[in-house]
Design a protein around this ligand. Sequence first.
Ligand SMILES: [Fe+2]
Length: 291
Amino acid sequence: MQTLFSIACNRWDPEPDAVLQDEAITALEGGKVLLLPHLAFPLPQSEQGLLSPEFLGGHAKNVSLGPDGQIKHSAGADEQREALRHLMERFARQATTLVSSLFPRYAASLERARTSYRPAEIAGRAYSPIKDDTRLHVDAFPTRPMRGRRILRLFSNINPHGKPRIWRVGEPFEDMAQKILPRVREPIVLKNWVLAAVRATHGVRSPYDNLMLGLHDQAKLDDAYQKNAPQAEVSFPAQSTWLCFTDRVMHAAMAGQFVLEQTFHLDVAAMAAPERAPINVLEKMAGRKLA
Ligand SMILES: [Fe+2]
């Protein structure tokens, strides 16, 4: 199973030729993880002190920065939190430049969403199965309806001790959906309107959002699937960068510490091959409109 597509690029503002652009977008939309093994996000000496889980507030997994510049779940003195916000802002800008440069056709409709800093070690944390990201899943969020729009995520391993980030990457989306979709029960439509009305969600959830969340939950709850489904372990070295559509790539983060992550949302119409979007795959399988 070929899960990775490597790009030998060491700049955040690359100028890929047409051939590479083509290969990269085909790989990305086809469900591969794009790895840039030589692209690091270096921290100057003045920021090295921020590499510690002590800046993580409460029980949160991540420090989170909204596109509006608001930082959440951070801890520490005001000065340190401000320094962390600067670091994350810089990462968000560079990530946006990189994705726009590698995929010019995405640039116009690329929406910068949340940025996260993940300073805690993953291995050994205990969560309920549905919240456990060491189980294979596609990303789908209960409070963030996408209505078919894509979730593209870019990660940089900034571990200062040379430790890799370890993932498992699973089978193609279509294969997973064939197995799991028949088990997904859809909630009654009314519930979605009620959730939106009480502002529990950012907008009304579509049937697409319900099916994607069902795939996320049912795959995570299935111990036999987790163990037996086709999968490969992937190691992302320290000082490397990678990206994939996490609403399509079955992934599980198994070990590692100190990662920066940028989420983007993208319209299906911006894709080179829109038929590969999960909404179009699922609509074909379900035989009806889902958003
Ligand atoms: Fe995920």
